[in-house]
Design a protein around this ligand. Structure first.
Ligand code: BG6
Length: 511
């Protein structure tokens, strides 16, 4: 039996202490994210007694809702999208701390009234002036809300007030810089929590545990032993009614600039001195800054853009991207594959193949670390092929870590080699539910731990690498290649790795 030893990360990242009483104000509370993700996550933490009993949530939006309407709407969200209501008494206690405030994001009076309302709540609920402002509004309203909070004097105390900013943080370097300037004007960087929900996923954090809580991997974690890395985030969903936003964004802005690059950073960063937020973020930043540039001269060789046409998803036929745009014309990519390289001593010459797309064959996110082959084969031909070791971290679904190794095939038939997986499926190994990324991230905001959030310079460094790729696509006239919904993307993406004598992980698994 495996014994669970004490986890060193608990002391740093997962303090079990109950955080200080506070009010969480959600701007854009009538939107989808609040009902589907934020409130179900908060409620689950309430059920697990991780929240301070005084925690109060105020939904702020334009619609004229009452507190009761808001509570009922949120209850539906918990029932439909959360892990269940549990006891009626727990819900009632949670719902008592839910309030709604109708206001206009661009009206200073709304903020003054909100301020007064929050002071009244402080008295009623003992929240002591502690605030988290959560911006879950359309990105074009971020600056306005931040400036208004600043001029209303609501975000001036770094010890008591924090602000969460949803993605996307800018649509290119200059808009991200402009937003960062607004943020800087209104508050201190220590108050700002830029969300990338991938960082809240269990297996993503596990990557840090795997690398830095085991002595085993770090000595071989570099170009002398690693052949290449694959990072795949594949979805079966299409644009799901978000075509308006998506068409201006595309897969590179929607997924690569944030989620995929964050995963790349966690794989590639040097061991930080501690789990302190800046120690971790400093190391991630160095990786982003070391990414080799992609320009019109090499963009065709290093990237592939794709767009899905009608096909199938989960056994049903689905329309193509252009049909979802209602007959619109567009060359926005719904798929992108990139061969990235990090120009530093640890990673020189090791390709990082990144790939993400909508309407692909399977919903799967995984990181594959492909090790180099054993340097010398002592076995004869009858032993069969030696396959190089591979570490697969499956982020979703079915979170798992698999280390592929070679063994002798059991039996008396002589020395025959065979590849097997040392497997660790989280669902099979642990009976505990895997928390939603938002649970972890919201708890960190409430506790004041920014380690899993992006710092100003990180976001800008990511755009600094992505912007030139978009510009190079334009300059070199790189168009989307069509792929049928339900496949693994354009054949050019397969060629991208095959040119280097490699294959994507799922083809090997099938083959
Ligand atoms: C979001 C993107 O950030 O991440 C969506 O805007 C995408 O387009 C989603 O579908 C994927 O998140 P997850 O957690 O389902 O992998």
């Amino acid at each position: 039996m495996v014994t669970l030893l004490e986890n060193p990360f608990r002391t740093g990242l997962q303090q079990d202490r109950v955080p200080a009483p506070q009010i969480l104000i959600i701007f854009g509370a009538s939107g989808d994210l609040t009902q589907r993700k934020l409130i179900p996550a908060l409620y689950q933490m309430k059920r697990e007694r991780r929240l301070p009993p005084e925690l109060t949530i105020v939904g702020f939006a334009r619609r004229e809702w009452t507190h009761d309407y808001f509570r009922d709407h949120m209850r539906e969200g918990v029932e439909q999208f959360g892990s269940g209501l549990g006891s009626e008494a727990t819900w009632n206690e949670f719902a008592k701390g839910l309030y709604y405030f109708a206001g206009d994001l661009d009206n200073p009076e709304s903020y003054q009234n909100l301020k007064t309302f929050l002071s009244t709540l402080d008295e009623q609920r003992g929240t002591r002036g502690n605030r988290v402002f959560y911006l879950s509004v359309a990105p074009r309203f971020f600056s306005e809300a931040i400036l208004q909070l600043g001029s209303a004097g609501m975000i001036e105390n770094p010890k008591k007030q924090r602000m969460v900013i949803e993605k996307p943080f800018g649509r290119d370097l200059s808009s991200a810089q402009a937003l960062n300037r607004v943020v800087k004007k209104a508050c201190d960087e220590t108050q700002v929590y830029r969300i990338d929900h991938y960082l809240g996923k269990e297996t993503v954090q596990n990557l840090m545990a795997l690398r830095f809580a085991n002595a085993l991997y770090e000595p071989v974690w570099h170009s002398a032993h690693i052949d290449h890395v694959q990072i795949t985030v594949a979805e079966t969903l299409g644009v799901e009614g978000r075509a308006g936003y998506y068409d201006k964004s595309g897969a590179i802005r929607d997924m690569v600039q944030n989620h995929l690059l964050q995963l790349l950073c966690l794989v590639a960063m040097e061991p930080p001195a501690s789990m302190n937020a800046d120690a971790v973020r400093d190391e991630k930043l160095k990786v982003l800054r070391a990414l080799k540039s992609i320009h019109p001269g090499n963009v065709n060789e290093l990237t592939v853009r794709g767009q899905y046409t009608a096909g199938a998803a989960n056994g049903a036929s689905v329309p193509g991207y252009l049909e979802e745009l209602e007959g619109g014309k567009s060359d926005t990519e719904t798929f992108v594959a990139i061969k990235a390289e990090i120009g530093n001593w640890r990673w020189a010459g090791v390709p990082f193949y990144l790939r993400t797309g909508k309407r692909l064959a399977e919903r799967v996110s995984e990181i594959v670390i492909q090790f180099k082959p054993a340097p010398h084969n002592i076995f004869n031909e009858d032993a069969g092929r030696m396959i190089a070791n591979r570490l697969v971290l499956r982020l979703q679904p079915d979170e798992a870590v698999s280390q592929m190794i070679m063994i002798k095939d059991p039996g008396p038939g002589g020395m025959r080699l065979r590849q097997v997986a040392l497997d660790m499926s989280f669902a099979e190994r642990f009976s505990v539910r895997s928390p939603d990324a938002y649970e972890r991230l919201l708890l960190d905001v409430i506790r004041g731990n920014p380690t899993l959030f992006m710092r100003r310079d990180e976001v800008e460094a990511a755009w600094k690498w992505v912007d030139p790729i978009i510009a190079a696509w334009e300059e070199a006239g790189v168009k989307c290649r069509k792929y049928t919904a339900g496949t693994w993307g354009p054949s050019a993406a397969i060629a991208l790795v095959e040119r280097d004598g490699r294959t994507w992980h799922e083809e090997e698994s099938i083959g």
